[in-house]
Structures are given as C-alpha cells and as structure tokens.
Design a protein around this ligand. Structure first.
Ligand SMILES: [Zn+2]
Ligand SMILES: [Zn+2]
Length: 213
C-alpha cells in the first residue's frame, strides 16, 4: 500500500465523508479483486477473482467500524477423493479502522513516543485492527480480506462429509464403486489360509508321533 497515493489501490474505499463524523455511515456493495496469498492448490481463492463485499463503515469517535458480508469463490479439491470443488463462500467480518494520529499533533511531538509504541504493539496483537490511509480518507481492505478469508478456509475440504476417498491400491473412486475389492488381496489371503492349514496338519502329525513313543 502506497500511503502517498492510497486511492491507487484497488482495495481503497474513500471514507472522507464519514471519517471523524460519529454517527455517519457509508454503505459498501461492490466487487473487489481477491488479494494474492489466500490458500494454496488444495484450497484457495484465485488471485483477482471477484470478491463481493456488502456492508458498511460506521463512524465512531476514534475510528470506523466495518461490518459486512464477504463472498468469494473458493476452489479446492476434496482431501480424500481429490475431486475438484468450487463453492461461493460467505463470511461475516467485523473490523476496526482507528483514526491515524493527527499529522500536526505528531509533528509537535508532545513526548508521546512511548504511548505511540504501545498503540502499535496493541495493533499487532489483533488482526481486526487496520490503519486508515491518506490522513483518514481511505480504508484499504486488502489485508482485511486476506486475513479473514485465509482464516475461514477449512483445513481438509471434503466433497461431502462421508466421502469414502480413493482405493489405496488402484486409486479408483470408492464413492462411485462402494463394493470395489481387489481379487489379488483375496488370493493372497487364501494362500495364507492354505499355509496355515498345512502347518496345522504338520504339527498335528508331529504330536501324534510324539504320543506314540
Ligand atoms: Zn471426496
Ligand atoms: Zn482398487
């Protein structure tokens, strides 16, 4: 984000008409490009895909509160059967955009350096705080979208909760062929059964011989 030209960001929302006017509200109903870095090949949101934001910025004394629904197209593959999945994914987001300290106040100093460090440290602890840009005239929602969408993605996406996955031997989709079995496994098993029977027979013979002595 370039703070000298905050309006050049595709995620910058002009908020000058509501900033520092407590009680004022600005509605947002708009598509934004998905930021990069949301998810991976297994599950994610393609960079640049349309992310719909429907919400509002409400002005309070020390900042703007964003409240809204964020809807994005998620592409994934089932973590068991690897089937490609795609779904519209909606999350509810609440975030706070505190007003940046007044530029003149900052220049005057006032020996407030310690306090400012504390404020910055506090902001790092919470993902839900985002700074306003351009002297409180723009709210840039790139980080807000990335943070909240990344957090909301399931770790192990499934095509359905009871997905049976793939056969570990041949990779066939067990959802499509629930009765799938391998004859090879059966043959091996009967070979073992045969060996067991042979060993038992031999042991039986020895025992009989021992008894006879
Ligand atoms: Zn599946
Ligand atoms: Zn198989």
């Amino acid at each position: 984000m370039n703070d000298n030209h905050p309006e050049s960001s595709p995620w910058a929302i002009p908020v000058a008409q509501v900033a520092t006017r407590p009680g004022q509200s600005k509605a947002i109903d708009h598509d934004f490009p998905a930021p990069d870095g949301i998810g991976d090949e297994v599950i994610g949101i393609r960079e640049g895909a349309d992310v719909h934001v429907d919400g509002s910025f409400d002005s309070i004394v020390d900042g703007l509160i964003f409240n809204g629904a964020v809807t994005a197209p998620v592409t994934a593959e089932c973590s068991r059967c690897l089937k490609p999945l795609s779904a519209r994914h909606t999350i509810h987001v609440t975030a706070f955009f505190p007003y940046a300290p007044d530029a003149h106040e900052q220049r005057r100093g006032k020996g407030r350096n310690d306090e400012e460090v504390d404020i910055i440290a506090g902001e790092e602890e919470s993902d839900d705080f985002y700074p306003l840009a351009g002297n409180n005239t723009f709210a840039d929602i790139e980080a807000l979208l990335r943070d909240n969408l990344v957090e909301s993605l399931p770790l192990k996406p499934l095509c359905r909760p009871d997905c049976k996955g793939l056969c570990p031997q041949c990779g066939i989709d067990l959802n499509e062929e629930p009765d799938h079995r391998h004859e090879v496994a059966d043959i091996r098993w009967s070979a073992l059964e045969g060996l067991k029977a042979k060993l038992e027979a031999e042991q039986g013979g020895d025992a009989d011989g021992h008894d006879a002595e």
